[in-house]
Ligand binder design. Structure first.
Ligand code: ADP
Ligand code: MG
Length: 922
């Protein structure tokens, strides 16, 4: 708690120790024995310190002096006026493309409700996950969205009694929020509630689960987790709160009918906003129920592995991400939309086609496209500016900035208007032609709260622009308190008062001149300060010449200050006029703010359209610039491309002058085959790149973006699964192999035959035979049972034998050329299995003695012959697997083959059985 004392905010005791450490402040003490640590920050620079603590995940309360210290003899009354938390505070340094989500979760009858609110833009949405995997999915969604703060019920999650206890893993720094002001505080006045709260605090927080369980995946990254009292998460409390805030009778209209968990989670967020005294929430005017199934699902692991948004290894440059490569958006809204679209590409054919049509049209016409992109130049963050207006932190300059952006809108509408494609008309048109399209959209998106705007056209909001520029001067001061914000001609009284103080000041100038003449003191001056008001100042040397009607006010070292009745009279006039005009300016500014907020819904709708227009224009720009082509998207099970390149690697190679990316091709068909591609080849040959490239192209296509290929055909993918590289998770206490198997389990349990599965170097984390066996069985399962389009890169050459048995599996290899100077990676991918002796060739090039090399060749040959033979001979699958990988069992088989069964006594038979079993068990 930051407690205002004079010009400082002070912290005490543990707070002081924490803050001193985190903010590098000097720790002092209030008492001589130094038992009461304290530290402080000057009030005028406090905001910066607040933000630093918030970014580190802390919550803080700001306690202000509520009365003038001069007026009171006792302790000044203080009150908590603000509670700042990472999820509720608006960080001015927030990157434009980042969202600042506050999340809440609740579990009700095995159904997980999840709500997300970005206070800086007003985006508010909720969803639900039910069934056995509900919690894992919710955790996964959290891992993708990466909220900065999570709110949940203190007593654990409600409704968890039935079997699913302990859903949230323990987390350091987790605290229950008992002392919050507002509703929470009031609740505590009731003795029992306070008692309860106290008891709970002594428990070890909500029943928290096993931190090793993979269910915690998505929660690890959330630094601030805030527990609220359980009653907040009840339908009786949270649902009416939500209804009242949104001013609706029923939540059905926004797609929340029958989704009580989602509604409760959303209501709890509003409660938290109120409890932490967040000001205006007018811009949070709609709630959207969303479902993940309408999009191409990407789990948190894939988002990370594919480096869609962030580099795989923190600290690496963000240039390795797809977002960086695709971001040519002109506006912050466009950037945010691109980011969220990459996380949730579409899975609906008509939506993708509509986007591709629009992108195609803009790609083809340079002039129109450039015109459109130019029209968005200078467009600021409409949603965030509106957010600042709503919480009343926008000064005159921000409002003018808003006007500047509103001023660009007619230009954008005009620039979109020249395009023909359906989506362009829908986004920028007058609304009539596209009525049907909107109805369709509403069915699935359940976008609530935009009934008028959704069926209307692009609202350029000329009226609001006009209103602002008519009210506020062209170059207003930073602060409203400085005055001179409102334009002349807006308010007659204000003009009059300004005239009055102007003439008053002129009169003062006249008095100065007259008094100089009268007294003969050339240096006499009329001056002003806030303590004495207006006065006449005369230097010490001239003090004798002062006339008798001057009244002495103050004596300084080398000057005397006087006043006269006439001066006092003007002073009153001028000061009252200024005070009054200040009042009027504040009132007019507040009115303007009110009117802007009344139009919040319109602005948000327009911002949404601008974002989409911007993103499509960005796709078109890239397609034209880089020669990308339109993918053919359909509902088949095909994934095929020719002359394809990895967008990120290609661009990086170009920029660093590191040669050219070698294009390659993929042909997969979940129905007709091949469904599984098994890629072998030496390290550094380009296997991982090939896998990622395939996934990235699918993501891009389903976002509605053109792709870096000569041709691409894509049957819609419902989910992308990746298991790439050996990501080490030692920090979280799980072995690499455990992580790998957990991820593989998730794939095998949930993939469908419309999924895309990438497995890279599976089974590396354990002994060769284990790993090989697991990889083998996994490929068979994917091939026989799931039929998902699968790219499997492996260093186990043995797996290439699978092609002889699995009809829809095809071997591919990355090629190399051996030159005298070393190995050249050709990076082409061709049919066939990689040469096994390759490793030995490398060893030869590295200079291993010739005898070792030739002996290695011999050993290898023996192994190869034995293995191939076994696989060929082994007809039934079970037997083959055993004989191949466990030489021990081969011995047992041989023993059994030799035994003369008729010649055995029952006792001998039993002994043999026991012996064989012993051998099997090792
Ligand atoms: P592997 O997984 O087979 O070990 P990687 O996919 O990690 O190989 O690629 C190794 C290197 O080769 C990387 O630096 C990558 O940028 C480069 N590379 C991969 N594919 C190509 C390609 N088609 N054209 C040019 N360079 C490539
Ligand atoms: Mg690799």
């Amino acid at each position: 708690m930051f407690c205002r004392i004079g010009d400082f905010y002070e912290l005490f005791y543990d707070d002081a120790i924490t803050a001193a450490r985190e903010l590098q402040l000097t720790l002092t003490a209030r008492d001589k024995e130094k038992k009461q640590p304290m530290c402080g920050v000057p009030y005028h620079s406090a905001e910066g310190y607040f933000q630093r603590l918030l970014r580190k995940g802390y919550r803080l309360a700001v306690c202000e002096q509520m009365e003038d210290p001069k007026q009171t003899k006792t302790i000044v009354r203080r009150e908590v006026t603000r509670v700042l938390t990472p999820g509720t505070a608006m960080d001015p340094s927030l990157g434009a493309e980042q969202s600042n989500y506050l999340a809440s979760v609740v579990v009700l009858d095995k159904c997980v409700g999840l709500a997300l609110l970005d206070l800086s833009t007003g985006e508010f949405r909720a969803t639900e996950f039910s069934g056995a995997g509900g919690w894992a999915e919710a955790a996964d969604e959290l891992g993708r969205v990466k909220p900065v703060e999570l709110v949940y019920a203190q007593g654990g999650l409600l409704g968890t009694s039935r079997g699913s206890s302990g859903l949230l893993p323990t987390h350091r720094g987790e605290t229950a929020m008992n002392g919050a002001p507002g509703d929470l505080g009031r609740r505590k006045e009731d003795g029992r509630a306070a008692h309860d709260a106290h008891l709970r605090r002594d428990e070890t927080a909500p029943k928290m689960g096993n931190p090793d369980s993979d269910e915690g995946t998505g929660l690890d990254g959330i630094r601030t987790k805030t527990a609220l009292e359980d009653w907040v998460f009840t339908a009786d409390y949270a649902v009416p709160l939500l209804r009242n805030h949104l001013r609706v009778q029923s939540l059905d209209g926004m797609g929340l009918g029958g989704h009580e968990s989602a509604a409760i989670a959303a209501g709890a967020l509003l409660h938290y906003m109120r409890a932490t005294k967040q000001g205006g929430l007018e811009h949070v005017d709609g709630l959207r129920f969303y479902e993940r199934s309408t999009c191409l699902e990407l789990d948190a692991v894939s988002v990370r592995n594919l480096e869609l948004i962030e580099p795989l290894f923190s600290g690496e440059s963000a240039q390795t991400t797809l977002f960086y490569t695709l971001d040519a958006c002109c506006t912050p809204m466009g950037k945010r939309l691109l980011r969220s679209t990459l996380l949730r590409p579409s899975n609906r054919l008509e939506e993708i086609e509509a986007r591709l049509d629009a992108v195609g049209e803009a790609t083809a016409d340079l002039r129109k496209r450039e015109e459109l992109r130019r029209s968005m130049n200078g467009v600021l963050d409409l949603e965030r500016l509106l957010g600042r207006v709503a919480v009343d932190s926008a000064g005159p300059r921000e409002v003018m900035a808003l006007a500047g952006t509103l001023g660009c809108l007619p230009g954008i509408r005009a620039a979109v208007g020249v395009f023909e494609a359906g989506l362009w008309r829908e986004l920028g048109g007058d609304g009539r032609a596209s009525h049907d399209a909107h109805l369709r959209r509403d069915e699935t998106a359940s976008e609530m709260g935009h009934p008028v705007a959704a069926s209307g056209g692009f609202d350029a909001m000329e009226d609001l622009h006009e209103m602002i520029v008519q009210t506020i001067v062209d170059e207003p001061p930073v602060s409203l308190a400085d005055g001179g914000v409102i334009r002349a001609g807006v308010d007659a009284e204000l003009d009059e008062l300004r005239e009055l103080s102007r003439s008053g000041r002129q009169a003062l100038a006249a008095i100065e001149e007259r008094e100089r003449q009268r007294t003969g003191i050339g240096s006499l001056k009329v001056r002003f300060n806030s303590v004495f008001g207006y006065y006449l100042e005369v230097t010490k040397a001239n003090a004798k010449a002062v006339p008798a009607d001057y009244e002495r006010k103050q004596t300084l070292v080398n000057a005397e200050r006087f006043t006269t009745p006439e001066l006092k009279e003007y002073e009153t006039k001028i000061l009252t006029a200024q005070e009054r005009s200040g009042e009027i300016e504040r009132r007019l500014f507040a009115e303007l703010r009110r009117q802007l907020l009344d139009a919040a819904k319109r602005m948000r709708e327009t911002a949404r359209r601008v974002a989409e227009i911007d993103m499509l224009a960005c796709f078109a720009h890239l397609a034209a610039l880089r020669g990308w082509v339109r993918p053919d998207v359909d509902a088949s099970g095909v994934l095929e491309f020719i002359g394809a390149r990895h967008p990120v690697v290609e661009r990086r190679m170009e920029e660093s002058g590191g040669g050219r990316f070698v294009p390659n091709a993929v042909h997969l068909d979940a129905d007709a085959g091949p469904a599984v591609l098994l890629i072998t080849g030496p390290n550094m040959g380009g296997k991982s790149t090939y896998l990622r490239q395939s996934a990235l192209l699918v993501v891009m296509a389903q976002c509605g973006c053109f792709v870096p290929a000569e041709r691409m055909r894509l049957g819609l993918v419902d989910r992308i699964y990746t298991r790439i590289g050996a990501s080490d998770n030692v920090a979280r206490g799980r072995s690499t192999f455990m992580v790998e198997m957990t991820e593989t389990a998730a794939i095998l349990n949930t993939a469908t035959n419309r999924s895309l599965v990438l497995l890279d170097e599976m089974g590396r984390g354990t002994a060769t035979y284990d790993g090989l066996s697991l990889a083998w069985a996994t490929v068979e399962h994917l091939h026989d049972r799931i039929g998902a389009r699968t790219l499997f890169a492996t260093h186990y050459h043995e797996l290439t034998l699978l092609a002889e048995r699995l009809s829809r599996l095809k071997n591919l290899r990355v090629t190399v050329k051996e030159a005298p100077s070393g190995i050249v990676f050709l990076h082409t991918v061709e049919a066939g299995a990689a040469s096994k002796s390759y490793g030995i060739e490398v060893a030869r090039l590295a200079g291993l003695p010739g005898a070792v090399i030739s002996r290695a060749r011999e050993v290898l040959k023996l192994h190869e012959r034995a293995e191939t033979q076994q696989v060929r001979e082994a007809a039934p699958m079970q037997q083959m697997q055993m004989t191949m990988f466990t030489p021990l069992s081969q011995r047992i088989v041989d023993r059994l083959g030799e035994v003369d069964v008729d010649g055995l006594t029952p006792r001998e038979a039993l002994n043999l059985l026991a012996e064989l079993q012993r051998e099997l068990k090792g």
